[in-house]
Design a protein around this ligand. Structure first.
Ligand SMILES: Cc1cc2nc3c(=O)[nH]c(=O)nc-3n(C[C@H](O)[C@H](O)[C@H](O)COP(=O)(O)OP(=O)(O)OC[C@H]3O[C@@H](n4cnc5c(N)ncnc54)[C@H](O)[C@@H]3O)c2cc1C
Length: 460
């Protein structure tokens, strides 16, 4: 059994308040249950934690917000380090770069950058942690304009297994820098990242909702627009079955709904480009039927984080994810048969995130994962609340997976993976071998091995 030595006073064991704080997760289905846990704020504390793990014969795992707790390997034989590093977000407006300490959530980066007319490649929620999102690819609501979010990383600061605090960039250690960017983890404890920001002249964002009876025509219109849409636009189409609870606007609750949301931005001087692109998307959709709720409008940079209406508080979530190819009429029909009105789907939400644009472009100096060869990122999730059970949700996820198999690319985005057990693949065999060579160099004893995402290593 693990014991605490004098030196490791900040290491907490199950049942202690500091353990509860360090092991908080977002997905209540997957509590973090390590042998011991610690919240660190300094490099020195990380070194102490690594020393403790070694002396106790424990592996080391990392997290920040615990958003991805359902995607991690069991950690009963590990020390979990929660990084909440000191210092705030630093913005260098001239170079358009932000230095972001590990533990920071995207809302804080957007808030710090917005006064300079800059923003970062955030996703749909202000509460997602910057580090975990970037290391796993990061599918941004600006993605079709700016590419996979991980391509914005200029440098990673981390403590490696030998206790060294390194600043890794393309010049200092090209192989480690390559592997850190989407290589599957297991390289060390990240303490900060430096990321490129980009200027935004104007952004139009929002969400429009229709009763599901219009789903067929809305999906057809959205799929007809999506492949050749301007890169300024990144959207999703989702099917909702929301319960009548106080957090849900009554007009959306208790019946299936279809939603199209996203962001359209003007990067350069021409502020009208965003409005024009948004009008091209929304015109045909609004002519199918009048939305029952429609928040699409020109907004602030912070407003983009609110448009998707993501839950802020921890919830029990069970879900699945696939990267899909072109759907066509058959794929659209299959999607609605499995998830639309009358499908009997117990999922609260299931949708397609529009890919292509810059998301499909290889980055000239990109890392292990730098683009996506797929048309749509599917994700679907349910909440086990009486009378719906975990088993029912899993069963339906499997049914959707089988039904959409003809369009499944077999690839996944690590940041979209919902559960450790779902099929996942984001690297080719030669990339996996290259990432493992880096691991063998920087972590020869496999201290961080448990942190590696499935199918990103041949070592486990
Ligand atoms: C409401 C919601 C909305 C989302 N929206 C999007 C979206 O729009 N686009 C998208 O791509 N994804 C999205 N996600 C998924 C999210 O990006 C992933 O769950 C991501 O992994 C979360 O990162 P985190 O640091 O917050 O999570 P954590 O669970 O804290 O970390 C995830 C993993 O990152 C690694 N890690 C974290 N911190 C460190 C560290 N300091 N050092 C080394 N490794 C570390 C570890 O491997 C850890 O297991 C969303 C998730 C939720 C719950």
């Amino acid at each position: 059994m693990t014991t605490i030595s004098e030196r490791d006073a900040s290491i907490a064991l199950p049942g202690e308040p500091a353990f509860e704080a360090a092991t908080q997760v977002f997905n209540l289905i997957a509590p973090a249950t390590p042998a011991a846990a610690v919240t660190v704020r300094t490099v020195e504390q990380i070194r102490d934690a690594l020393g403790h793990a070694r002396s106790e014969g424990l592996g080391v795992r990392m997290h920040t917000t615990g958003h991805a707790s359902a995607t991690t390997r069991p950690m009963h034989d590990a020390l979990l380090i929660r990084t909440l590093m000191d210092g705030g977000v630093e913005i260098d407006a001239e170079r358009r770069v932000a230095r972001v300490p590990a533990g920071t959530r995207w809302g804080a980066v957007v808030e710090a950058a917005a006064p300079y007319g800059l923003t970062g490649p955030h996703g749909s929620s202000p509460t997602v942690g910057v580090v975990g999102y970037l290391l796993r690819g990061g599918l941004s609501f600006y993605g079709r304009a700016t590419g996979l979010a991980v391509n914005s990383v200029r440098a990673v600061e981390l403590v490696t297994a030998d206790g060294e605090h390194r600043r890794v960039d393309a010049a200092s250690d090209p192989a480690l820098f390559w592997a850190l960017r989407g290589g599957g983890g297991g390289f060390g404890v990240v303490t900060a990242v430096e990321i490129d920001l980009f200027p935004v002249a104007k952004v139009v964002t929002g969400a429009a909702y229709w009763p599901a009876e219009h789903a067929g025509r809305l999906l057809a219109a959205w799929l007809a627009w999506a492949p050749d849409a301007p890169r300024e636009a990144s959207t999703s189409l989702r099917v909702f079955n929301l319960p009548p609870v106080p957090e849900v606007p009554p007009v959306l609750a208790g019946r299936p709904m279809v939603c199209v949301d996203g962001a359209v931005l003007s990067v350069g001087e021409d502020a009208t480009a965003a409005e024009q692109a948004a009008a091209e998307l929304l015109g045909p959709l609004r002519s199918v039927a009048e939305p029952v709720m429609d928040s699409w409008a020109t907004t602030t940079l912070a407003g983009v984080l609110e448009a998707h209406m993501e839950p802020g508080d921890p919830l029990p979530i069970v879900g699945d994810h696939m990267l899909l190819g072109e759907l066509g009429a058959d794929g659209a029909a299959a999607f609605l048969r499995l998830l639309g009105e009358g499908s009997g789907s117990p999922l609260l939400v299931a949708g397609l995130r529009q890919l292509g644009g810059a998301l499909a472009d290889s980055h000239p100096s990109g890392g292990a994962l730098d683009h996506l060869d797929a048309r749509y990122a599917y994700s679907g999730a349910g909440m086990p609340m009486p009378p719906t059970t975990v088993e029912e949700i899993r069963e339906h996820c499997a049914k959707v997976r089988a039904g959409l198999a003809p369009w499944d690319t077999g690839r996944t985005v690590p940041s979209f993976v919902e559960e450790i057990g779902q099929p996942q693949r984001h690297l080719d065999d030669d990339q996996i071998a290259a990432a493992d060579r880096v691991r063998a160099r920087v972590d020869p004893d496999g201290l961080f091995r448990g942190d590696i995402t499935p199918n990103a290593t041949a070592l486990l």
